[in-house]
Every structure is written in structure tokens, then in C-alpha cells.
Design a protein around this ligand. Structure first.
Ligand code: NDP
Length: 409
């Protein structure tokens, strides 16, 4: 199903009402950096975080937000105390996260990490806002359902992921039949040239040290396993009117060419830029206009050479697992994502080795029959079953409740 391109809602002259879900994360902080450079252009409605009360309160005070929500209810008192005298309303809990996402806004950044972002992102979509989608996991889990909601509400979904944002910029939506492939570039992460024996020994600190991008821990580990590119293939399948076999992956270690679109006449169009998330975020924030950013200007003469190579499916089995899940359809991508969230959290907690992340995902997928997805209950049930199965495979104790959330290992 194709991405819905909405009407021109920008440039009304009055400040745009904006909310940032996951404000304390890497995407959230970059978003607020841009908003803070143009305070006259934006009224900040709601900011959310899960645990980081101090930063959330500081951000809310700084941008004079209407509402600050902390997901972890046990931190409500701390948030309320930190906001005394600020005029910022405080709230807590998963329901409050959805209420923040529902509060009337023109633009909402969906910057929560993991499937935990699904309900708040859906709430933002249902209010018909322009939704800047960074949270790829929710689209992987519930792609068709989310796009149905986009259609029904008239919301506009704009991709934030640098690859999808690049494709969005060069994809001819009016002549999509002239597109013969899209090519997602991948840096290859910190272990691009490491052999499997050495990979088995890598530590969380090494895995989160991405060579080009400064990102949150989960996506950094996903980049190191290349599951990130697998998730992005599924994301691309939902966002653009292409078939699974029209989606290619190309290793490009410099992260300058953010992705490409190939046309039937042999032309290939690409979007390039310095590896700075403020560029794709700015694209969505100013859309359909453009705004100035402090991102470094691209100096190709200084860079000199750009290199490309095919990915190695043997050392990066996550690419194959994601492709198989995409082809299987139904609940398979939900299971893939949930098992990966559990395995990555277990790796970050030093409970699993790096290579075991893909093993846990593969075994979880093999143990759970693919079901059909008619509604969100199917997604939630598959997510809960996959998390429980993955925890068992990873040797983790069972969890009391099977909440749809990014559960730490
Ligand atoms: P971070 O880990 O840096 O930030 C995650 C944000 O989500 C934080 O605000 C965090 O709050 C909040 N959060 C964590 N768990 C929950 C939960 N269970 N419920 C509600 N909120 C929660 O992640 P990133 O910013 O790196 O990534 C965010 C999303 O964007 C991911 O889906 C990622 O794949 C995607 N993305 C990120 C890019 C990047 O450059 N970082 C690039 C492209 C896509 P707290 O701080 O309190 O824990």
C-alpha cells in the first residue's frame, strides 16, 4: 500500500502547533534543536519521555510546552515537582502518552523507540496531523493497519528515517509505474569488515559506537546487526508503492548517499547530504517548504570517494530474516520485531552475545506460526507471544504481564 501524500498544510503564517513523542531521545533532541532555532514558527504542545524526568522537564520549560508526559508512572511526582511554577501541565502513564499524541497539533514527531510507540503514533495519526515517522518498529508491526488509519483520518505520514526520507524526496508518486526499484543504502555499521569469530566477542559499547550516526542504543545495535536495514525494507514496502522484490540494499560506508530510486529508463535519482538527522527531520518539519539547518554542507571534493558494495548475508543474517518475514506477511513482521527488541535488550544487558541476537530472532520466528492480521488485537497477541517465546529462547525469566512495550531484557 502506498504512502498517502497529504495537502499543503504548512506556511499558514501562524505558528504551527507541534508535539514531540520521545522528546528525550536522539531524534527528539534533534527535533527540539531545530524547533528552538525558529521559536517564532512553532508552538510546542506536548513532549513525552519514558524515564528521563530531568531532561523532559528541562525541555518542557525551555520551549514552554503545554504538556509534559512521562510514560513511567512511578516518575510522575518527580516530573510534577520539576515543573512547579512553569505553567507546564504534567501527566504520566501509557494512556497519558496517547493523550499527548491526541492533543490537537499540526505536526507530531513519532520518535518513541520500539513497538511501544505504536499506540501513541496511532493516536497522532487519528487526529489527522502531519506525522513525522521516525518510529519504524510500529510500521513494521502494524503497517497495513496504520496506513488504513492514515487514509481514514486524512493524516499525512512523512518518513524521518534518512533512507526513506531520501526516497520520498526523489520518488515520482505521480508516475510510480515508472519506478523499477528503490535502493536503500546502509553504512554497514561498526562491524562491516569484522569476521564472524570476532563478531561473537563484541561488546554493547562497541556495538553502539556507530561510525557515522549518533543514535539511541537500540537502533545502533540494529545497525550493527543490520536488522535496522531489514526493518527498513519492511518500512519501505509500506511507505512506497513497490513490491518486496523491488527493494534492494546497498552498502555505502560513508552514509552520504541516503538512498536511491531507479526508473524504467535506467535513470537513478538519489538524495545526498551529511549524516545529520536534522536534515531529514527539517524536511518533515518544514514540509512542503524547506527550512535552513545548521547541518554541515556536503563537500564532495573533500570527501573525494564514495564506495558501494553488496551486503554479506552470511555475516548479517538479519537481512534474510527480515526479508523472509516480509514475504511471509501477516504476523511474521510483528514477531520479527518483538523478538529483535527482546534480543537487543538482552544483548545490551550483557545477557546475550552479539551473534545470538539473530539466533533468538530466527528461532522465535520458526516457533510461531504466521497468523493473519485483521485488527490491532492480532498484532498485540502476536507481539506478546513473540516476546514470551524470545525471552524463553534467550534464557530470560518470563515477564509478569505481556504488555506491548519495549521490554528490557
Ligand atoms: P532513543 O533511545 O534515543 O530515544 C527513545 C525515546 O523514546 C526517548 O525519549 C525515550 O524516553 C522514549 N521511550 C523509550 N521507551 C519508551 C516506552 N516504552 N514508551 C514511551 N516512550 C519510550 O531512540 P532514537 O531517538 O535513536 O530512536 C527513536 C526511533 O527513531 C526509533 O524507532 C529508531 O529506529 C528511529 N530512528 C532513529 C534515528 C536516529 O538517528 N536516532 C534515525 C532513524 C530512525 P527516555 O529517554 O525517558 O527513556
Amino acid at each position: 500500500m502506498a504512502l498517502v501524500i497529504g495537502d499543503d498544510t504548512a506556511n499558514t503564517g501562524t505558528p504551527r502547533r507541534v508535539s514531540v513523542l520521545g522528546a528525550t531521545g536522539s531524534v527528539g533532541r534533534n527535533t527540539l534543536d531545530l524547533i528552538g532555532r525558529h521559536p517564532e514558527a512553532y508552538d510546542v504542545v506536548a513532549l513525552t519521555a519514558q524515564r528521563n524526568v530531568d531532561l523532559l522537564a528541562a525541555q518542557a520549560r525551555q520551549c514552554n510546552a503545554e504538556l509534559a508526559v512521562i510514560g513511567d508512572e512511578t516518575r510522575y511526582d518527580a516530573l510534577r515537582d520539576a515543573l512547579v511554577g512553569s505553567g507546564v501541565e504534567a501527566a504520566a502513564g501509557t494512556q497519558a502518552l496517547c493523550e499527548a499524541a491526541s492533543r490537537p497539533s499540526d505536526w507530531v514527531m513519532a520518535g518513541i523507540v520500539g513497538a511501544a510507540g505504536l499506540d501513541p503514533t496511532l493516536a497522532a495519526i487519528r487526529q489527522g496531523a502531519v506525522v513525522a515517522l521516525a518510529n519504524k518498529e510500529c510500521l513494521v508491526c502494524a503497517g497495513e493497519l496504520m496506513l488504513d488509519e492514515v487514509k481514514q483520518s486524512g493524516a499525512t505520514l512523512l518518513p524521518v528515517d534518512s533512507e526513506h526520507n531520501a526516497i520520498y524526496q526523489v520518488f515520482d508518486f505521480n508516475r510510480s509505474r515508472t519506478v523499477d526499484r528503490i535502493i536503500l543504502t546502509a553504512s554497514g555499521g561498526p562491524f562491516l569488515n569484522l569476521d564472524v569469530t570476532a563478531m561473537a566477542q563484541v561488546t554493547p559499547a562497541q556495538a553502539v559506537a556507530h561510525p557515522n550516526w549518533d543514535m539511541g542504543d537500540k537502533i545502533s545495535v540494529d545497525s550493527a546487526t543490520m536488522m535496522n536495514k531489514g526493518l527498513e525494507s519492511i518500512e519501505a514496502y509500506h511507505l512506497f508503492p513497490v513490491e518486496a522484490d523491488q527493494i534492494e540494499i546497498l552498502i555505502h560506508p560513508q552514509s552520504v548517499v541516503h538512498s536511491l530510486v531507479g526508473y524504467v529508463d535506467g535513470s537513478v535519482l538519489a538524495q545526498l547530504g551529511a549524516p545529520d538527522m536534522r536534515t531529514p527531520i527539517a524536511y518533515t518539519l518544514a514540509w512542503p517548504d524547506r527550512m535552513a539547518t545548521p547541518s554541515q554542507r556536503l563537500d564532495l571534493a573533500r570527501i573525494g570517494n564514495l564506495s558501494f558494495e553488496a551486503p554479506d548475508p552470511m555475516r548479517f543474517p538479519s537481512l534474510r530474516l527480515a526479508r523472509e518475514a516480509l514475504e511471509a506477511g501477516g504476523t511474521a513482521p510483528t514477531v520479527l520485531n518483538a523478538a529483535n527488541e527482546i534480543a537487543v535488550a538482552a544483548f545490551l544487558a550483557e545477557h546475550l552475545g552479539f551473534l545470538e541476537i539473530a539466533r533468538v530472532v530466527e528461532e522465535t520466528l520458526s516457533k510461531i506460526a504466521v497468523g493473519s492480521v485483521a485488527d490491532l488485537a492480532d498484532v498485540t497477541a502476536a507481539d506478546i507471544e513473540a516476546r514470551a517465546t524470545a525471552r524463553q529462547i534467550a534464557g530470560l525469566p518470563p515477564l509478569g504481564d505481556g504488555r506491548l512495550s519495549l521490554v528490557q531484557g
